[in-house]
Ligand binder design. Structure first.
Ligand SMILES: [Zn+2]
Ligand SMILES: [Zn+2]
Length: 258
C-alpha cells in the first residue's frame, strides 16, 4: 500500500494564499485516500501564496498526517530566477524541492495542450537530448531534492528513434552523482500519452543505479491525491521497487513498501 504523495498543487494555477480553508480539504482527501505523508509542491511562480505559519496551523489540526512544505521549481525563463531566489531564502523551512523542466526555449510550457508546435523543426532525438540536458541543469542547480516527471518530453506522443535509455543515461548518471531522487508519477496516465512518468524501462534502469524514488500524482485538485496509486503499486512491484523516499527538511528517509 502506497502511503505518500509528493507532488501536489493546492493553489492550482493561480495565486491562492495558504490558509485552513484552502488546505484542510487536501488533508481530508489525503486521509480518505489512505495517504499519511504528502508534500505540497505548488509551482514556484506562486510562491507568494505559500505561508509556512498557515501550514503549521494545518499540521497542528491534522496530527495524524505528515504534511511537507515543498515547491516545484521549474526553468521558466521569466520567473525561474525569482523562484530560485525564493527557494534559497526559505530553504530551511522547506522540506522538499521538486525540480522540473516545462520550457524548451519558448516562453510557453511545452507540456500544455496545443503546444506540439514546439517540437517542429528538429528531430525528436534532438528535442529529447535538449530536454534531458535542461533537466540535468536543474539537477545541478543545487537547490532540488528530486526531479519531477523525468520523461515529460513524451507528453504529446513524440518517440525518439534512438533508445530512450541511451538518451537519458547521462542524466541518470548525473542524478546518481548528485544523490538526488526521481518521482514516479501517475499524472501521465491522465494525459494523452497515457503512460506513467517515467516509463518502466527508465524506472528499472534508475533502480539498477540505486536512484531513490518518490510516489506522486501531481494533483491539481485535492480529489486527485493518490490518483491511480493501486496501479502505480503494480508497476512498482513489476519493476522491483521496494522503498519509497520521504523528506523532512530535505533529509531523506527510505521507507519499505509492502
Ligand atoms: Zn510539472
Ligand atoms: Zn506539478
Amino acid at each position: 500500500m502506497l502511503f505518500s504523495d509528493y507532488h501536489s498543487h493546492p493553489q492550482g494555477h493561480r495565486d491562492q494564499p495558504y490558509d485552513e480553508k484552502l488546505l484542510q480539504p487536501w488533508a481530508d482527501s489525503a486521509r480518505a485516500a489512505g495517504l499519511r505523508d504528502i508534500a505540497l509542491t505548488d509551482h514556484d511562480r506562486y510562491h507568494a501564496g505559500v505561508d509556512f505559519d498557515a501550514l503549521d496551523r494545518v499540521r497542528a489540526a491534522n496530527p495524524d498526517l505528515a504534511i511537507r512544505a515543498g515547491i516545484e521549481l521549474d526553468n521558466d525563463p521569466v520567473t525561474g530566477g525569482l523562484g530560485r531566489a525564493w527557494v534559497e531564502k526559505y530553504w530551511d523551512r522547506l522540506d522538499f524541492v521538486l525540480g522540473s523542466v516545462h520550457y524548451l526555449g519558448e516562453p510557453r510550457m511545452f507540456d500544455s495542450t496545443g503546444e506540439e508546435g514546439q517540437f517542429a523543426g528538429r528531430s525528436v532525438d534532438e528535442t529529447y537530448l535538449d530536454y534531458f540536458s535542461r533537466v540535468q541543469r536543474m539537477a545541478e542547480s543545487g537547490v532540488v531534492d528530486c526531479l519531477a516527471h523525468l520523461d515529460l518530453v513524451k507528453i504529446h506522443g513524440h518517440r525518439p528513434e534512438t533508445d530512450v535509455l541511451v538518451l537519458i543515461e547521462p542524466l541518470l548518471q548525473c542524478i546518481v552523482r548528485l544523490g538526488l531522487a526521481i518521482e514516479l508519477s501517475t499524472a501521465g496516465w491522465r494525459k494523452t500519452v497515457r503512460e506513467i512518468y517515467p516509463e518502466p524501462k527508465i524506472i528499472r534502469r534508475a533502480l539498477e543505479l540505486g536512484i531513490p524514488v518518490t510516489t506522486a500524482s501531481d494533483a491539481h485538485s485535492h480529489v486527485q491525491l493518490g490518483e491511480n496509486f493501486a496501479r502505480l503499486g503494480e508497476v512498482m512491484r513489476d519493476c522491483g521497487v521496494r522503498e519509497v523516499a520521504i523528506y523532512e527538511r530535505h533529509r531523506r528517509t527510505l521507507v519499505p513498501v509492502a
